[in-house]
Ligand binder design. Sequence first.
Ligand SMILES: Cc1ncc(C[n+]2csc(CCOP(=O)(O)OP(=O)(O)O)c2C)c(N)n1
Length: 669
Amino acid sequence: MTVTKEFQEKAINTIRFLSVDGVQEANSGHPGLPMGTAAIAYTLFTRHLKHNPTNPKWVDRDRFILSGGHGSMLLYSLLHLTGYDLPLKELKKFRQWGSLTPGHPEYGLTPGVETTTGPLGQGFATGVGMAIAEAHLAAIFNQGEHKIVDHYTYCIVTDGDLMEGLSSEAASIAGHMKLGKMIYFYDDNRISIDGSTDIAFTEDRAKRFEAYGWHVLQIEDGNDVEAIDAAIQKAQKDERPSLIICPTIIGYGLPTLAGTSKAHGAPPGVAELDAAKEAVGWPVEPRFYIPEDTLSFFREAVANGVKSESEWTNGFAAYAKDYPELSAEFTRRMAGTLPAGWDENLIDFPTDMSKGIATRNASGLVLNALAARIPELLGGSADLAPSNKTWIDGSPAFQADSPEGRNFHFGVREFGMVAAVNGMNLHGGLISYGASFMVFSDYARSGIRTSALSHIPSIWIFTHDSIGLGEDGPTHQPVEHLPSLRAMPNLYVFRPADANETVEAWKFALRNRTNPSFFALSRQNLPTFDRETCGAADGVAHGAYTLKDFGESTPEIILMSSGSEVSIAFEAAEKLAEQGHSVRVVSFPCWKLFEEQNQAYKDSVLLPNVENRIAIEAAIPMGWERYTGNKGKIIGMHSFGASAPYKKLYEEFGFTVENILAKAAELLD
Ligand SMILES: Cc1ncc(C[n+]2csc(CCOP(=O)(O)OP(=O)(O)O)c2C)c(N)n1
């Protein structure tokens, strides 16, 4: 249909009032962003966005992210209007228990929401990962005329997003990688919660992004549809990521609140809302009013989407004829199915109780064995690849001129890395990991949290997992990290005791496609246990298992431990056995998995009658009480560590056979 200016304004006002009605109804939420950016959203959704509302998972759709997740009603309005399975009744239940319209967009809950946003900066950075995924898959699968991977990543970003350091990390990565299919709209309303951005945010944003290597477009007015449209067309042709700076007015149309921070995060009130509607001739009642012609105009997205997807499907069929293997591989990857036999006879590390191997080294070997079988496995480190052992041999680094590369130099940007890895995994077709020293997981923590909250199966490889890293000292020695990461719902934290447990942790992470896994890996060598005489390493899948029972009778004492301290407990058990005691050593690589076992299994490992228990772990002891019980003891860390060779640190902090024996003696006496 031909769209007059008047009709266009009506359509944009529909987005505005639908959004603000939702906020007013909930008596909670953020009206300012949707009202200010409605014209940008209108232009993108009705003129450019390639999507199929009836199949939100179509693989070649454009991705759209609302990075300022507080403006969620904008997204819900757009999804409803363009025909996603998000009925109006859900918009009326904005922010209510059990609705599909939570306060901030949540991935996996609402159809059409591509990623969870709300923690500012993360939507921005997650989009970078999606654009990386597009570029990589295009490089692998597109052939000549056949462009089966060919889509954009669009994002609306706010002042808050750009103030967050994360956006600098992510923009720097994107500029360096020349991710030309990223098109970001900056909602330049110069207002945040405390007031004008003049109080805290005065750098030249255009110059900043130009310096990152972005293509920066400045338009005059964020309500000018034609200007926005022209900017998008320009951006689509440029080989750099684009930032379209759109001056807007927060709460546009609210008679007294527009342009002020009062429009940011509180319902405008009925009087203000009614006055806004009256000013543009909008009916005050009913609330959530959608003019019929506007709705049918927006709903053209459905037919257009079906058409786009079927054109793509036809194109894919032609591609499949010409490239049957590639097309089958593409289908497999996008379905998230692992190649047959990927885990058969993977690696079996031979017993080596004298020298052993660091679990980070074992991880590097497993990763390479897996990468040879699973071509979608890829990732990188925040400038610590040689230490984290994350390099995939035989593959180049991903760069602008080698997007087929599977190794990523994320630079010293832990947060940018994890958000990008999340985006790569959300995109589909890839299994991505990120790595650094464990102590710096704090820098990345909010992105790890997003992976857990959103059920993104990202794999987090964090090495140098305790005072066992030695000389670098307390700045580099994680102590509270292990318990604090274990506290995170949905996150499977593994601290393998030896090389074969590391293999099992990797297998679990790859099988688990609905939650992230975190590997805490040692810098120092650890003995590789003799699995002929010890419990099988696949006990890792139960979270904790009996590594070995020493002595003939029922254990008098249980020593439980994770990672690098398991072998110390093992040696102590040997000594206790020599003294005539029966001892059980339990390896405890993953608390969460143990918690998921049934009571019978738990009782078979931590025998309820055996109250003499000692936990040994080079981390803050918080939480072990639940396994050691009232009578038990915990050997843990109570400080930040120290700088010295690691053997000296283990002695000084009590992670020794002697100390375990002394504690055991107290219990056994
Ligand atoms: C990491 C993070 N810190 C703080 C907040 C709380 N918060 C929500 S919106 C906002 C700033 C609002 O300014 P802006 O991003 O410009 O949004 P606008 O006012 O234009 O809607 C803040 C501090 C948040 N969501 N995420």
